[in-house]
Design a protein around this ligand. Sequence first.
Ligand SMILES: Nc1ncnc2c1ncn2[C@@H]1O[C@H](COP(=O)(O)OP(=O)(O)OP(=O)(O)O)[C@@H](O)[C@H]1O
Ligand SMILES: [Mg+2]
Length: 238
Amino acid sequence: MAPPLEEKGKVITTGSTEIDKKLGGGIPVGSLVLLEGQSDAGKSVLTQHFAHSTLINKISVACYTTENTVKSLLSQMNSLNLDITDYFLCDRIRIYPVEMTAEGVDIGESFDALKRHFASLPPRFELIIFDSLTGMVAHAEDRGIIDFFAACKKLCDQGRTIVTIVHSYAFADQMLIRVRSLCDAHLVMKIDQMGERLVKTMEVAKVRNADQSTGNIISFDVEPGIGMKIIPISKARA
Ligand SMILES: Nc1ncnc2c1ncn2[C@@H]1O[C@H](COP(=O)(O)OP(=O)(O)OP(=O)(O)O)[C@@H](O)[C@H]1O
Ligand SMILES: [Mg+2]
């Protein structure tokens, strides 16, 4: 069993003071997080910041990815100055590439296998990231999706923090409402037109137990060697 919430007040951060502030200080440990957004909006980069900062804070991370191999994820993070190679070599972060072959696969069974895999991780893997669930959600029955999120919620009640990434188009409106209500935090990432330029935005739609009220929106860019960089709103509109 994962450690109980004795570490009350502990949060998962991005490592950027400005972004963490917008998250109300960070995502409280033990949260089930829905990170929703369109393609290219910065979902993966945000979770890479979470992973890097969490490792620095001495918490182990399990990262499931349908988008990368171990090698490509390590080099992607390296290119953002979020090098985690040493952590990977000493088993502080585990990277599990997940192959999405929908044909002939029972998605219900895949969700069950995933739940079991999450639960079998040693307790020190307090942060679990799944990037992205879109392929599974697209082929699953509503019931299977709700059951999966409910199972994740149980693991979170035992002290894990689980960040699930989903493309916005994956859920019908009703499903999004049901899944959102199961989650403790809901972040929405978009690409918005501001004047002449396209700007990435993150809306903190919900964070339960955060220090401050939510509803914050930030605009940011992703820069090589830096990662997410906040653009002041006045500049974004210019
Ligand atoms: N190392 C890097 N250097 C510069 N820009 C980068 C780097 N890594 C990612 N980006 C840019 O950051 C943006 C967000 O990328 P990210 O992969 O986080 O999007 P995403 O929301 O996960 O998209 P998808 O839905 O396609 O997975 C993209 O425009 C991408 O080109
Ligand atoms: Mg991505």
